[in-house]
Design a binder for this molecule. Structure first.
Ligand code: SAM
Length: 297
């Protein structure tokens, strides 16, 4: 892809220049680790498959390092930033991009469906592309997935450990309720692993870019989504326990043990298995049978 040659924000020199000009100090509590490597940004943009006919949502633009690349690659960009101190900086750094709009707020509190309808109307394809604040990675991802936003891809920099959990397969140590949730709504792949040296300040954990391609409909059919996720969470509650014991402590009363064993028999799942060995189809079968028999009191 050809790229506009400009004075990129994401270089150590330019970033320091901007930070010094505004006397900006990083707030650790807001997960502020800014990217200073344009190659990494180009790889993120390529993974997101953006074109001028598509729109992008960025969460946490910082001083605009990724935002300006999004402005070049996408038709329209909405960037949501919580830190008021960054607003005047962004106004200056993103001045050349009239297709970028900054929204001031906490992404976890905003009505994203409404914002997409208001600000990105006319775009068939919208993707979230971001270097996420690590202290809220999972709540942000769960919000993006659970609210069934009309998204094509979610391409985000996160802690490598969380990326591994999201993309994990059954029977592995990383497989858990986050892997099942991600798989329910999306296809997940780790697009790249990223060294700490591309950030300022350097984070204390390894990072990776995860690419989620949102499914048109969930990969399994479930009768009741809340119940499905309650069953999934219960099965993973204590990894050393059997599936039966986890289900009994999380969802059922003591005197229902026989009923639960029979239910597991009907869906052909061995009660002595561990939760981490179940495939998503098995979780769905189990949850649908719990729903059908209404045995939760
Ligand atoms: N995109 C920039 C970059 O890559 O250089 C900055 C990324 S930095 C890891 C995370 C950004 O998210 C910061 O600018 C921080 O202020 C912002 N942020 C933190 N919590 C947020 C929240 N709840 N809602 C919106 N933005 C948030």
């Amino acid at each position: 892809m050809t790229r506009t040659v400009g004075k990129d924000i994401a270089t150590p020199t330019r970033t320091k220049e901007i930070l010094e000009k505004y006397g900006f100090s990083f707030k650790k509590s807001l997960g502020q680790n800014f990217l200073i490597d344009t190659n990494i940004l180009h790889n993120i943009i390529d993974a997101a498959e953006l074109t001028k006919e598509k729109a992008a949502i960025e969460i946490g633009p910082g001083i605009g390092a990724l935002t300006e690349q999004l402005g070049r690659a996408a038709g329209n960009v909405m960037a949501i930033e919580i830190d008021q101190r960054l607003l005047p900086i962004l106004e200056e750094t993103l001045a050349p991009y009239d297709n970028v709009e900054i929204v001031h707020g906490d992404v976890l509190k905003l009505n994203l469906k409404q914002l997409i309808a208001d600000k990105l109307a006319g775009y068939q394809k919208v993707s979230v592309v971001a270097n996420l604040p690590y202290y809220v990675t999972t709540p942000i991802l769960m919000k993006l997935l659970e609210e069934r936003l009309p998204l094509e891809h979610i391409v985000v920099m996160i802690q490598k450990e969380v990326a591994d959990r999201i993309a994990a397969k059954p029977g592995t140590k990383d497989y858990g309720s986050l892997s099942v949730a991600a798989q329910f709504y999306a296809e997940a792949e780790v697009a790249m692993v990223v060294p700490a040296s591309v950030f300022i300040p350097k984070p204390h954990v390894d990072s990776a870019v995860i690419k989620l391609t949102i499914r048109e409909k969930p990969v399994v059919q479930v009768e009741d989504e809340d119940l499905f996720f309650r069953v999934v969470r219960a099965c993973f509650a204590q990894r050393r326990k059997t599936l039966l014991n986890n289900l009994m402590s999380g969802l059922f009363a003591k005197d229902q043990k026989e009923e639960v064993i029979q239910l597991l028999g009907r869906v052909e799942i061995d009660p002595t298995r561990r939760g981490e060995t179940l495939r998503i189809e098995e979780f769905a079968r189990l949850a649908n049978e719990v729903f059908r028999t209404k045995i939760i009191r």
